[in-house]
Design a protein around this ligand. Structure first.
Ligand SMILES: Nc1ncnc2c1ncn2[C@@H]1O[C@H](COP(=O)(O)OP(=O)(O)OP(=O)(O)O)[C@@H](O)[C@H]1O
Ligand SMILES: [Mg+2]
Length: 474
């Protein structure tokens, strides 16, 4: 078997390989060949000598003979496992029966090679072991990073209402209770869902998020439960659903208030019975999944209006956590802005130290319809445009100063009341559209008016939408 050149050519820093064989001639021969391939290889003739080396320095791969006079290769393997090292062990043996080999791999050996072997075989096994090591280490690093990112300390806020949220999270994260997160857009529902998962006993298992509003109604079921091949036109192959993907972990059902009624019925069943059938299949699958649901809608109202099943509502409402709007905890604005400032300073290599009192006052007074996300965007933009060491009023978006009730004091009594009111209304409509990326439903919602009414007002002021899928292009 030819070894993979790209994986075994000179490595800097060189990977360290330890070759253990009581036959010194053989150990030295293998070492020489490995050195030629760019590895830093050391030979030794006993398990005791090998252990002295692994205790002293990092070794990436140990290549060990099985039968040796003092302790054998199996003993060495056990000692290395006991030390919890990342070192991969490959066993070489002249006597390997299949049974031996399987046992050794079960006990934690990466691979085994039967004697006589050629160096290509060894090189291939080492390259594979190194690759696996790398994946394991990457994984560990990523996991540590993710856990750090979603630790409670990342959830910024010290107001009484936010402290209650943190308390609720710490109460519920250890259990597998269903959590219902409610709150306006941008209040941190997804961030809280991740904090719960990554602080729960399920943290090592997947966190799977599904945005129920973003998936077309016809596809939602197969997305959640999977489908078998040929279940519907276009189902060319079998597909695993998100419930299965989240097995052992947490499934985050985002925007659950937008889920169509037929899908609601199916979700209810999974919550009750912990099982489901993929679309087109009659085989029932069991899953162990913790559910966290989130919505910016008022679900109780949706129940009254017949848009949401009441039985599902009660199933979800086991442990409700309401995330406060930012305007209701404006004492957290300074803490949040300080955090975001530090973050964007680092990201953009800037050294802005503070906000001027005027800028801070404006941010604390603003009503933040987009909540923390909007505040975060605002700080990001300010860090970009700021030319001095402190963020000042001109670095903030002008709309911060239009909505603070100062309309009257600024312009005095208008000479043309209707015109003035229309001007104000129009600017609010435009601002709401801007903040909601031109999505009319959301813009209407942020203004607390019905979509129809919103649309009529756009028409009245001749505000044209650019989105091609929009019928209001006129
Ligand atoms: N307590 C917090 N501390 C720091 N940052 C936060 C906090 N809450 C939210 N954020 C940040 O605000 C942004 C919005 O949060 P997230 O996406 O969790 O909100 P959401 O409620 O899911 O919004 P939407 O309803 O629009 O989906 C994210 O960038 C998140 O990092
Ligand atoms: Mg969200």
């Amino acid at each position: 078997m030819a070894h993979d050149q790209s994986q075994t050519e000179s490595h800097y820093p060189a990977y360290r390989i330890l070759v253990v064989d009581d036959e010194a001639r053989l150990a030295n021969l293998v070492c020489e060949a490995l050195s030629d391939l760019g590895y830093s290889a050391t030979a030794c003739c006993s398990v005791a000598a090998a252990l002295a080396i692994v205790d002293r320095e990092r070794v990436d791969v140990v290549l060990s003979d099985l039968r040796m006079p003092d302790m054998d290769g199996r003993g060495l393997l056990n000692e290395i496992k006991r030390r919890n090292l990342d070192t991969a062990v490959i066993i070489m043996t002249a006597y390997a029966s299949l049974r031996d080999a399987v046992d050794l791999v079960k006990e934690g050996a990466f691979d085994f090679i039967s004697k006589p072997f050629d160096i290509d075989q060894i090189a291939t096994a080492i390259a594979q072991a190194l690759k696996l090591n790398e994946v394991v280490q990457d994984n560990r690093r990523l996991r540590a990073e993710i856990e750090g990112r979603y630790s409670f300390s990342q959830l910024v806020g010290n107001s009484p209402s936010f402290r209650r949220v943190i308390e609720a999270i710490s109460e519920v994260c250890e259990s597998r209770a269903t959590v219902l997160l409610t709150g306006e857009s941008g209040t941190g529902k997804e961030m809280v869902a991740k904090a719960i998962h990554f602080n729960s006993p399920r943290r090592a298992k997947p966190f799977v998020a599904v945005n129920c509003a973003a998936i077309p109604e016809g596809l939602l079921e197969s997305e959640l439960f999977g489908h078998i091949k040929g279940a519907f036109t276009g189902a060319l192959s079998q597909r695993e659903g998100r419930f299965r993907a989240a097995h052992g972990g947490t499934l985050f059902l985002d925007e659950i208030g937008d889920m169509p009624l037929p899908t609601q019925a199916k979700i209810l069943r999974v919550l009750q019975e912990r099982n489901f059938e993929p679309v087109g299949s009659n085989k029932t699958e069991q899953v162990d999944v913790r559910i966290i649901a989130a919505t910016h809608r008022n679900l109780k109202e949706a129940v009254v209006n017949g848009q949401f099943r009441d039985d599902l509502y009660y199933r979800l409402n086991v442990f409700p956590i309401e995330l406060p709007a930012l305007r209701d905890r404006s004492e957290d604005v300074s803490l949040l802005t300080a955090n975001f400032l530090q973050h964007f300073n680092e990201e953009m290599g800037k050294a802005i130290v503070a906000f001027t009192p005027g800028a801070m006052k404006a941010m604390q007074a603003y009503h933040w319809p987009g909540n923390i996300r909007e505040l975060q965007n605002c700080v990001e933009r300010a860090v970009i445009v700021c030319r001095s060491t402190a963020i000042d009023v001109p670095d903030l978006p002008p709309y911060l100063f239009e909505n603070d009730g100062s309309v009257l004091s600024r312009s005095g009594v208008p000479h043309h009341l209707d015109e003035e009111l229309e001007r104000i209304e129009k600017s609010y409509l435009l601002e709401a559209l801007r903040q909601n990326d031109g999505i009319q439903v959301r813009a209407a919602e942020s203004l607390g008016i019905h979509e129809r009414s919103f649309w009529h007002r756009l028409k009245k002021y001749g505000i044209k939408m650019k989105r091609s899928d929009d019928e209001s292009e006129q």
